[in-house]
Design a binder for this molecule. Sequence first.
Ligand code: THU
Length: 159
Amino acid sequence: MKELNITTKIKVCTYDELTPEQKKLADTAKEATFRAYAPYSEFFVGSAALLDNGEVISGNNQENAAYPSGLCAERVTLFYANSRYPDASVLKLAIAARTKGDFIEQITAPCGACRQVILETEDRGKYPIEMILCGKEQYYIVESIKDLLPLYFCKNDLG
Ligand code: THU
């Protein structure tokens, strides 16, 4: 029997170690948490995408009294980016979260459904999407969504 070991490379940084572009996206994602509509969970998520046409698109989670009708910040952001600029590639995506009090200490990683949508966005674009996962003072940089979704299913698998 053979064993496969899958490794994920994550850079762990402070704010000061981010590039100016990464700082701008992290700041934009954090700022977007303040416009989230999350009265049920009170978990306010923001995200920001940098496109290869220079546009920065931000979004946040949008909840609903019928809970499953709500949508995560990442999908709000990417669906809007893809609908507004269908020919642009997403280069970077930052994600941040806040409770009523403050930004959460630990980084926020995308949920499984969002990882699948980020993967489709990466595959329809020209580049890997760099993920900037923001905590209060710590940041994780991941080179591609494929690092967070090993053994993924994508359109090539449909044959
Ligand atoms: N949420 C996001 O917006 N993104 C994530 O990556 C994780 C979860 C939202 C969904 C829901 O509105 C709230 O956070 C609590 O799960």
